[in-house]
Design a protein around this ligand. Sequence first.
Ligand code: GLA
Length: 395
Amino acid sequence: MNLINELILDFKKEFQKDAYEKTEVFFAPGRVNLIGEHIDYNGGKVFPCALDFGTYAVVTKREDNKFRMFSKNFENIGMLEFSLNNLIFDKKDDWANYPKGVIGTFINSEFNITHGLDILFFGNIPNGAGLSSSASIEVLTSVILKSIFNLDINMINMVKLSQKAENEFIGVNCGIMDQFSIGMGKENNAILLDCDSLEYSYAPFILDNISIVIANTNKRRGLGDSKYNERRASCENALSELKENNINISSLCDMSFEEFEKYNHLISSDENKKRVKHAVTENERVLKAMEALSNNDINTFGLLMNQSHISLKNDYEVTGIELDSLVEASWEENGVIGSRMTGAGFGGCTVSLVKNEYIDSFIENVGNKYFEKTNLKADFYIAKPGEGARKLGDF
Ligand code: GLA
């Protein structure tokens, strides 16, 4: 039986529906960022792609104001229920705060959500692994709301509302990269996104004889979210200091490296100087990586990925023993074009470009070395750039 049929059966069982009842099925991918880390909130350019795995939802309308939600990933938590009239963050609603936050954000933006829904979710993205399972369920909820309530809203505005829900309802001050790549993803393509203007273009990312290999440290982020907000605050402080000294920039990534060298004495904290150095150099690496790609020079692209990791380790300080061990083991392998941490860091995943004939030895050797160093078992996934969030059909 295929996955969708299985999910529909599960939905009917959990929600005690009749076998003949019609359901609607939706999907939103996860994302992996190839280069351009921790600069979406600094007005930089990023280069992520949507994945070919993500979060599914089976949905039916209700007559009343109630939302009932069940996740196959958290069966132990069971059925969660809340009402349209009481959309406030509630710890006991656990993972369902993500869709709840999106519903509340739509309502606050004057969208007419008239009644409740029954929704079964299932994700095949590892949770908390830095592949954006949270942005995936947020954008998925947006797409469900648009479709079921016939809302007049385009994907970019759904992306913005999903990010707003994460910022204001969940309290993670994330940038727009994750929701954007999940909403706007295109099969076989990565997206070059200017996070300042939201201008974007697609770049085919099907490489001859090379695959995108994601490795999960299986280190949960834990404190990651508060550290994430700390990094963002450091960048904001440094930006205000520069502006107070009449440096005419609206975001850190407006500066070239030469300008950074000229002005960095105006940033009072040495730690913040390093954070800004990362932002400025990472943005320049993205531009160089795009140039390399347009010249079919994948080796230079890979070297820039490696440099990105070093900068995230030394200057932005968001890696840690697990990510560093995985990446350093990857660099030692034959057939590796480039390897770096991806996402927020502090755990989560690495992304590597690996020649196809070396994938098996890569997985075996990197997995072994990682285990020796950390006593943790890494998981590996071969990923393809996938299509963005969408309705899969009526079933
Ligand atoms: C998380 C955030 C994104 C981005 C990355 C780091 O995934 O949600 O907005 O800042 O970290 O690049």
